[in-house]
Write a protein that binds this ligand. Structure first.
Ligand SMILES: *Cc1c(COP(=O)(O)O)cnc(C)c1O
Length: 843
């Protein structure tokens, strides 16, 4: 027995106020007095604290509420403008949004930071302390999730009607603790103290189906239909998060879905006396949004992950269709007014779900539904690594989503018949292209479904997009060359320069004006200052302050003293073999070896910082963390060494850590095996903040080097083509014997010097470097890496030259703003019209 009243009772509350009387209010004051008055009101009346309470936590909450009110009115005006403009919209579907903190971003974009700071100061409260109270919203693993967050920021700033859809994980990315050099994972219960920014909207809850079976029937007019029955349903409850644009009145929406049990009860179970069991079964529903899977760039194949993907796709599509039907009588214009951008293959089940909704629920013909779907979906690929390519076993699919599997089979059958019409008898090609992979257990290839179902397929940097066409997706490129395009990633300069590097921001504003905040290309005005000695000194003074700030963080969190006058050499990113933290560590061992040999003439003192999380099941990445920590301990304890070389592993790398790290970095390590890093975005944050890059010709490094000029970038290593050519006959011993520096470093590593009380601990790592099967070619790139590091050291010793290169890196970073990335997506894929929020006069 089923009932659905729990959806109706709340939705009746909506759709009222058509005459604005209820919700038209005078705008809230943005001056210091108004802000502080509201701050005191929230502290005293809403939070119920008094003079005995001086907790920064409650001050933070009161300030967040104060700002949220200001966002709320702009949010409503933005929604009204999009609704009344009947404009085309894009929905960004992503399993991850790595938002970080929101407080400073809100103040920056509302342009109230100075007033808030002054007002709080009069109350004896330090604003910076309140900023530190906020927990990161860590709903993502790394680059892919942070990209989604930067995209939202730029879309709001460009006033594009783009909504983010994601999952409101109860537990975000785990907190990393280092104990005895090993990574431990602790749960990230980020919502425990409440989330002042989100707005629950139970009135828009959706019912999501799982399991059950399908029935096929013929209606009275003789048409065939399918229905999905005996399902186990879960509610998806939306929580909206404001995404403010930069000082433009726009507030876009990030809508995150939380899973909740329906209010239904299995009466049979209840009658059998298993009351508690029946309640427990309901509890299971909420597991869907319980935790973010902590795997970066690899699939794990768990059923719960497929549930999460379908939960996101189905809830979001139903939400969009609900909004559509409020204003439209049919779907004839749907594809010209809506676009879904799929952030990697994770939400690709949306292709099949939209077909199901249009055909089974809205009763469109298959061909019409397919026309709509394939003109509405757009797919972004984020990786070429085979272990990241998502495939789901057909039996699992059939059990969890039986109707979706039928839809996918139908899509595949029609697609393959087109292929065989064009290439008759080419069964090999059919096998390569099919959405279903044959084998002992058949698999659904999600990337194939994404390509077949989308009108646009893009990579995330020039090289990556080329490699997609030539390699992984070659057969698809042959069919649909026009679908394929490149959109080089970016980052938002509002968070990654203005909010995190106030010293640099002030210097830039004084030198070239303030327009770079929303037109990053204007940084090129700096180029003429790059060789000005007085400017170089001001530049380096700002950089030194940032290095002191970073050095204090490292002292607090690692107990290692970084000398701000040394070269700060930084590699922070997820721990992964393809990113080659190990190669960086071999360079550290080489420097250590040189110091121990007394080979230290013209030495450049270096502080080498590592940071990054390893997926909990990725044993090799965790061993490398342990090795870094062991090397750091030996190096930092040695009096002879530590004046010349320091090493630290900063625990719990996350957005908030990067906000301190990027401004204080001299040398940015971007050293992945060429062809493996799709784009990288950390590289861009460092460049903007004036770091020089040491890197391979991989991902966006290539575009960074082209932008700044080769003399301001330390290039090394095999190119993607050379990697491919070397691979079949790779012989690491050839490189080890061929470079005395590498053979010494390998001996040092294998001697047990760094694991004296843990014999054999790093044998497997050393063996992996010596293995002809090493996919990452660590030994092959060692020599040219060490040479490039030597060039970097010499460059750093000539401080005017370093200052000039640093200034030019910032000056040439304009291309790497997500404002540019979003304009390209909009020009080539979305074709949205910017739309300003309604103001009082317009209403
Ligand atoms: C930018 C960023 C990343 C991506 O870094 P890459 O070096 O491009 O892999 C990952 N995690 C966090 C917290 C970031 O801010």
């Amino acid at each position: 027995m089923k009932n659905t009243h729990e959806l109706n009772s709340i939705s009746e509350m909506c759709e009222a106020d058509s005459h604005n009387q209820l919700t038209d209010l005078d705008p809230l004051g943005m001056d210091s007095d108004s802000l502080i008055q509201d701050f005191r009101h929230y502290f005293t009346h809403t939070l119920g604290r008094d003079r005995r309470c001086c907790s920064n936590h409650y001050y933070y909450k009161a300030l967040a509420q104060t700002l949220r009110d200001r966002l709320m009115e702009r949010w409503k005006n933005t929604r009204y403008a999009y609704d009344e403009g009947n404009c085309k919209r894009t929905y960004y579907l992503s399993m991850e949004f790595l938002m970080g903190r929101a407080l400073r971003n809100a103040m920056l974009n509302l342009d109230v930071e100075a007033d808030v700071k002054d007002g709080l100061e009069e109350l004896g409260i330090v604003m910076e302390d309140l900023v530190e109270m906020e927990h990161d919203a860590g709903l993502g693993n790394g680059g892919l999730g942070r990209l989604a967050a930067c995209f939202l920021d730029s879309c709001a700033t460009l006033q594009l009607p783009v909504t983010g859809y994601g999952i409101r994980y109860e537990y975000g990315m785990f907190r990393q603790v280092i104990e005895d050099g090993y990574q431990l994972e602790e749960p990230d219960h980020w919502l425990r103290d409440g989330n002042p920014w989100e707005l629950e909207r139970p009135e828009y809850a959706q019912r999501i189906h799982f399991g059950g079976r399908t029935e096929h029937f013929v209606d009275p007019e003789g048409k065939h239909h399918a229905r999905w029955v005996d399902t186990h349903d879960v509610l998806a409850v939306p929580f909206d998060n404001p995404v403010p644009g930069y000082r433009n009145g726009t507030v876009n929406t990030l809508r995150l879905w939380k899973a909740a049990a329906t209010d239904e009860f299995d009466l049979d179970e209840f009658n059998a006396g298993d009351y508690a069991d029946a309640v427990e079964a309901k509890n299971q529903a909420e597991h869907i949004s319980m935790v973010l899977y902590p795997n970066d760039a690899s699939e794990n194949g768990k059923a719960l992950r497929l549930r999460q993907q379908y939960f996101l796709a189905s809830a979001s599509l139903k939400d969009v269709i609900r909004g559509w039907k409020r204003a439209h009588k049919d779907f004839s214009e749907f594809s010209s007014k809506n676009c879904f951008q799929l952030n990697d293959t994770h939400p690709t089940i949306a292709v099949a779900e939209l077909m199901r909704l249009l055909v089974d629920i809205e009763r469109l013909d298959w061909d019409d539904a397919w026309e709509i779907t394939s003109q509405t979906m757009a797919y972004t690929n984020h990786t070429l690594l085979p272990e990241a390519l998502e495939r789901w076993s057909v039996p699992l699919f059939k059990q969890l989503l039986p109707r979706l599997l039928e839809v996918i089979y139908e899509i595949n059958a029609r697609f393959l018949s087109e292929v065989s019409a064009r290439w008759p008898m080419d069964t090999q090609r059919l096998g390569r292209l099919s959405i279903i992979e044959e084998g002992p257990v058949k698999q659904v290839r999600m990337a194939h479904l994404a390509i077949v179902g989308s009108f646009s397929v893009n990579g995330v940097a020039a090289l990556h997009s080329e490699l997609l066409k030539q390699g992984l997706f070659r057969d698809f490129y042959e069919i649909w060359p026009e679908k394929f395009n490149n959109k080089t990633n970016g980052v938002t300069q509002r968070r990654w320069m203005i909010a995190c590097n106030p010293g640099l921001t002030q210097l830039l504003n004084e030198t070239i004006g303030e327009s770079w905040a929303y037109q990053l290309d204007d940084l090129k005005g700096l180029r003429q200052q790059a060789s000005d000695h007085a400017f170089q000194q001001r530049w380096m003074a700002v950089r030194r302050e940032n290095k002191v700030r970073l050095s204090n963080t490292i002292w607090r969190d690692c107990g290692v003293k970084f000398d701000p006058d040394a070269l700060f050499d930084v590699q922070v990113k997820r721990m992964h073999e393809y990113k080659r933290q190990l190669l960086n560590l071999l360079h550290v061992l080489h420097l250590y070896d040189r110091i121990k040999q007394g080979d230290t003439e013209n030495w450049t003192p270096r502080c080498v910082l590592f940071g990054g999380k390893a997926a909990p099941g990725y044993a090799r990445a965790k061993q490398i963390i342990k090795l870094i920590n062991n090397v750091a301990r030996v190096v930092n304890r040695d009096r002879q060494v530590r004046e010349l070389l320091q090493v630290a592993f900063l625990p719990n790398y996350r957005v908030t850590a990067m906000e301190i790290i990027a401004p204080g970095t001299d040398l940015s390590e971007q050293i992945s095996t060429a062809g493996k890093e799709a784009s990288g975005t950390g590289n861009m944050k460092f460049m903007m903040n004036g770091a020089l890059t040491i890197g391979t010709l991989d991902g966006a490094n290539i575009e960074i080097r082209d932008a700044v000029g080769e003399e301001h970038f330390f290039l090394f290593g095999h190119s993607a083509q050379q990697v491919q050519d070397l691979r079949p006959h790779y012989n690491p011993e050839h490189f080890i014997q061929g470079d005395n520096r590498l053979s010494r470093v390998m001996s040092l590593l294998e001697s047990g010097h760094f694991n004296q009380f843990e014999p054999g601990l790093f044998d497997a790592i050393a063996q992996s470097i010596r293995s002809p099967q090493d996919p990452w070619l660590v030994a092959a790139d060692f020599s040219s890496y060490i040479d490039a590091q030597q060039r970097a050291s010499e460059h750093f010793n000539w401080s005017e030259r370093w200052a000039q290169s640093s200034i030019l890196n910032t000056a040439c970073s304009g291309f790497f703003s997500t404002d540019r990335t979003m304009q390209e997506y909009n020009r080539d894929i979305w074709q949205l019209n910017p739309m300003a929020p309604l103001t009082m006069e317009m209403k």
